[in-house]
Design a protein around this ligand. Structure first.
Ligand SMILES: [Zn+2]
Length: 419
């Protein structure tokens, strides 16, 4: 069998594995959250607060979708015309068109152009967030954050680009196989090291101070039989008033992180409810499941890229001879941009199901739907979330159930439904 034949077989295998892992790891039945309860919950929220959240999202929308459209347009322009390969040539010329310069500097230049065209929208977003009082960050602090995130992306990007084009260069027929394996390993590695290496670039993490709340949260984790090394507090207040908590990493790097803003704003019982939700993610190994599906998806994507490489029309449009050459990176980037856009609703759906399960876990662990609902109300108010967002936007990109869905789930739980 030819390398191409093997690539097709591998792709089929990866897709089957991906479907199987999604089918097995994602909860497909969700706890009840009756629409009647949702509407009741919505009516009980302060109308001025709801109107303010909706105005906030209306103000953000042109910037968000503008960035999406312009970013995609730039990726397509660079990838489906010879512009991208010319840009890569231009950047690598001072280095004698060496392949490493093309691969790393050329690749980063393509990504930078795409970032720069969306920069005005990113700035607009900050201006809106600031105008609504959600941000505590000056333009200076915002710029520093932006530069830090460019630097982090450049380091990770350079490693990935160099690795990828070393393989395409030295294994021209079988690069897809090494590339697929490498992409999967990179996803696992990043999921493991990002919490310890990258998160501290943006925030300071300190163990939660000893006291009744810490004792309560540790007891909660013990009761749940979830080994948690520490509950960390992030100094999120340096850039936002928003409240949040999350769990990241797995194995020895797993940690539960709460924002300092959450400790300041919410009652201890509400914080307990949030941490119980995060323990649900840990208990159900959601980070591991996300990493596994991400790794399979990345491996499948590299294989698809290789197969797309035999589409002559695509190569001619990009002005390159082969998809594995560094000068074709803009084409790869365009394919990845389109794939990202198309897969957003599917990723959002999976995320919402996993989040609903973590909510159900929090309710079962605490047995306290009242404080769960109070916390959801607070999250919506403080974070200016639209409690019942437009359906199309919810389906396209909502990573969590809506506030009214989460409140309705608590009410249903309180009545004993779905236990
Ligand atoms: Zn969650």
């Amino acid at each position: 069998m030819t390398p191409r034949g093997w690539a097709v077989v591998t792709l089929v295998g990866l897709v089957v594995l991906l479907i199987a892992s999604v089918a097995l790891l994602v909860p497909w039945s969700r706890p009840p959250a009756p629409r009647a309860d949702q509407l009741d919950a919505l009516r009980e929220l302060a109308p001025t607060e709801v109107a303010r959240s909706r105005a906030f999202h209306a103000a953000l929308r042109p910037g968000s979708y503008g960035a999406l459209a312009i970013g995609l347009l730039a990726a397509l322009l660079l990838g489906l015309t010879p512009l991208g390969s010319r840009l890569i040539g231009l950047v690598s010329r001072p280095f004698g068109d060496h392949w490493i310069a093309q691969a790393v500097l050329g690749g980063l230049a393509v990504v930078l152009v795409a970032d720069l065209v969306t920069l005005p929208f990113t700035a607009w977003r900050h201006a809106v967030v600031d105008r609504y009082g959600l941000s505590t960050q000056s333009w200076g602090g915002w710029t520093v954050d932006l530069l830090k995130s460019y630097a982090v992306s450049a380091v990770i990007g350079a490693v990935a680009l160099l690795g990828f084009y070393t393989v395409t260069r030295f294994a021209p027929r079988w690069w897809w196989a090494f590339g697929a394996a490498g992409a999967a390993v990179l996803v696992v590695l990043l999921s493991f090291v990002l919490p310890v290496l990258v998160e501290p670039v943006f925030n300071r993490f300190t163990p939660m101070e000893p006291g009744p709340l810490r004792t309560e949260l540790t007891a909660l984790a013990d009761r749940d039989r979830v080994p948690v090394r520490d509950v960390l507090v992030a100094d999120a207040s340096r850039r936002t008033r928003a409240v949040n908590a999350y769990v990241s990493g797995f194995g020895p790097t797993r940690r539960i992180v709460v924002y300092d803003t959450l400790l300041r704003e919410a009652s201890p019982a509400e914080v307990t409810s949030v941490v119980a939700h995060e323990l649900g993610h840990a208990k159900d190994r959601d980070v591991l499941a996300g990493t596994l599906t991400g790794a399979l998806g990345a491996a499948a994507a590299v294989t698809v890229l290789y197969l797309l490489g035999s589409w002559g029309g695509l190569l001619r449009a990009a002005g390159v001879e082969s998809i594995g050459q560094p000068r074709a990176f803009a084409l790869v980037f365009a394919v990845v941009a389109v794939a990202g856009l198309v897969s957003t609703p599917a990723q959002a759906l999976l995320s919402r199901r996993v989040e609903a399960r973590a909510d159900a876990h929090a309710l079962a662990l605490t047995g306290d739907p009242t404080n769960f609902e109070a916390m959801q109300r607070r999250l919506a108010t403080v974070n200016l979330a639209d409690p019942d967002p437009p359906r199309w936007e919810y389906l396209y990109s909502a990573s969590h159930p809506s506030t009214v869905e989460r409140m309705a789930a608590a009410r249903a739980y309180g009545r004993g439904e779905g236990r």
